[in-house]
Design a protein around this ligand. Structure first.
Ligand code: IPE
Ligand code: IPE
Ligand code: MG
Length: 257
């Protein structure tokens, strides 16, 4: 079980040869979201096919999930496939979908043993049946766990999510189940995939791109952004610790003084 000794550690000083990162264990972000980018460029730099980059990126997921769990992060949301990624060559799309199935086949038992709740955000009804079934089974198996919630964003788009929420709310209004006056921020949040989850405290984007690419548009209203030039397959546990250390130095004002 991750997070076992969290309560007893107030200030955890990581002292490894290559790093001296101090983390306040009482102020670990509750929710971290990551745009896992740069797999293609990682592969290109090694003269490998792009799919090898995605495969290497899958290994990084394992490392980062473990690290996040050990640090006591409550929610980790990983952008794996956007609503725009269907534009890619069909072979690449298929390879990505196959990797989802492979990831679950290989990792589910260990995730489950460590108390991870596997969840997805995005419209998985449009995924190939094999991938959809595998995700649904993983959700069922892990839904009563008590550890880290791992959200995999698959066929996820922030705008698509808002459209879905607006349609649900409009139906409730037209059926007389909800009054227009009662539509508020909470009501809208309740119609997003992240219902009942805290907003991301921090959004990490590796690979050097400085944009949100349709990720968590509503939920990121007050997220802290952390960018890095590292491509996702090269992203390591220490990079996550560095990001959190930077996050802890920031002053989140939420519009106040
Ligand atoms: C991120 O890596 C993975 C997905 C979008 C599925 P990319 O495939 O976008 O890698 P780059 O941006 O081409 O390097
Ligand atoms: C964002 O990366 C989506 C994922 C990481 C799954 P992209 O590589 O698709 O984003 P753009 O096209 O560079 O904005
Ligand atoms: Mg990319």
């Amino acid at each position: 079980m991750f997070r076992s000794e969290r309560k007893t550690l107030k200030l955890f000083k990581f002292k490894k040869e290559e790093e001296n990162i101090e983390l306040d264990m009482e102020r670990i972000p509750k929710h971290i979201a990551i745009i896992m980018d740069g797999n293609g460029r990682w592969a290109k730099a090694r003269k490998l096919p792009r799919t090898m980059g995605h495969r290497a990126g899958m290994k990084t997921i394992k490392t980062i999930v473990r690290e996040a769990g050990e640090l006591g992060v409550g929610y980790l949301t990983l952008y794996a496939f956007s609503t725009e990624n269907w534009k890619r060559p069909s072979e690449e799309v298929s390879a990505l979908m196959d990797l989802v199935v492979e990831f679950i086949d290989k990792e589910l038992n260990e995730l489950h043993e460590n108390g991870v709740i596997l969840n997805s955000i995005g419209d998985i009804s449009k995924l190939p049946e094999k991938a959809r079934k595998s995700i649904e089974a993983a959700k069922r198996k892990t839904k009563n766990n008590k550890g880290l919630t791992l959200n995999i964003a698959l066929n996820y788009g922030g705008r698509d999510e808002i459209v879905k929420g607006v349609k649900e709310i409009a139906s409730l209004v037209s059926e007389g189940k909800l009054k227009i006056e009662d539509i508020n921020e909470k009501e809208i949040s309740n119609h997003l995939y992240t219902k009942n989850m805290p907003d991301p405290d921090m959004i990490i984007r590796p690979s050097g791109e400085l944009r949100v690419s349709n990720y968590l548009l509503w939920q990121s209203a007050y997220s802290e952004f952390w960018f890095s030039n590292i491509n996702w397959p090269d992203f390591q546990a220490k990079d996550l610790r560095n990001a959190i250390a930077d996050y802890q130095k920031r002053n989140r004002r939420f519009g106040g003084v």
